[in-house]
Design a protein around this ligand. Structure first.
Ligand SMILES: CC(C)(COP(=O)(O)OP(=O)(O)OC[C@H]1O[C@@H](n2cnc3c(N)ncnc32)[C@H](O)[C@@H]1OP(=O)(O)O)[C@@H](O)C(=O)NCCC(=O)NCCS
Length: 214
């Protein structure tokens, strides 16, 4: 039986909750977890602190609903040391190719298309209505916000955040476009060349923040 504790109670938790209820019914959700604002209800579910949730639901599957990649990594480590590996979730309303194998912690929400020869690293979230085309490699703890388009042969390194509606143009087999580790791509940006690790880019075409032109 798929029964989940959701770590997080903010915006992404609301999106995830809706998907879990759609796929598994209200019985599929055990509680939400918020260490700072526990002891309340959200959408009719208890919001508990982490320790209480672990005690009350020892056999739960865990999903982390936190958009910030480094926070998600931190929470993953806490869950790992207390309980074990977190679960993966692929919405019944997503298209995933025949060869797709979700790593632990991966979430693929409704309306997404994951095409052939695509890999998603551990703890990576592909939010509502995003498309990842052929031969793209996405690292660990990457956050892909709603409505992103990653054309084929793209590399996205660990802990990258892609804002809503960002587009990464396709690379070639020899020269894939690479978005460097821990970088941020602003909402609506169109990335046409490599993004340096740790940088923030915005605009069309995407440029380091502060240099964007209309
Ligand atoms: C890129 C981003 C991270 C920058 O955030 P920030 O550091 O707080 O930046 P600010 O809001 O202070 O803006 C700084 C400048 O960048 C510009 N800017 C910010 N985001 C931009 C974007 N996405 N595209 C174009 N320009 C942008 C601002 O207009 C501002 O320009 P100015 O200095 O000429 O006035 C943020 O704007 C963004 O796009 N976040 C994505 C949010 C998102 O999609 N969340 C998904 C939730 S599911």
């Amino acid at each position: 039986m798929n029964r989940f504790c959701i770590y997080g109670a903010g915006g992404h938790a609301k999106d995830l909750l809706a998907q879990l209820i759609f796929d598994f019914g209200r019985d599929g959700v055990l509680c939400l977890v918020d260490d700072f604002e526990s002891g309340r209800q959200q959408a009719g579910f208890d919001v508990l602190d982490f320790e209480t949730a672990c005690r009350r639901h020892p056999k739960a599957n865990w999903l982390i609903a936190v958009g910030d990649p480094s926070q998600r990594l931190r929470i993953t480590r806490a869950i790992e040391s207390r309980i074990g590996e977190e679960s993966a979730f692929v919405s019944s309303r997503a298209f995933v190719a025949y060869d797709f194998a979700p790593a632990p912690g991966v979430q693929v929400l409704a309306g997404c298309c994951i095409s052939a020869e695509v890999t998603l690293g551990r703890g990576t979230i592909v939010n509502l209505g995003s498309t990842i085309s052929h031969e793209s490699r996405i690292g660990d703890f990457v956050s892909i916000s709603p409505g992103c388009t990653l054309a084929g042969r793209v590399r996205v390194e660990d802990e990258v955040f892609l804002g809503t509606g960002a587009t990464i143009m396709n690379g070639t087999a020899e020269r894939p476009i690479t978005v460097g580790r821990k970088s941020v791509v602003g909402a609506g940006a169109v990335v046409i060349r490599d993004v340096a690790a740790g940088s923030t880019v915005v605009g069309v075409p995407a440029r380091p923040m502060g240099q964007a032109k209309c």
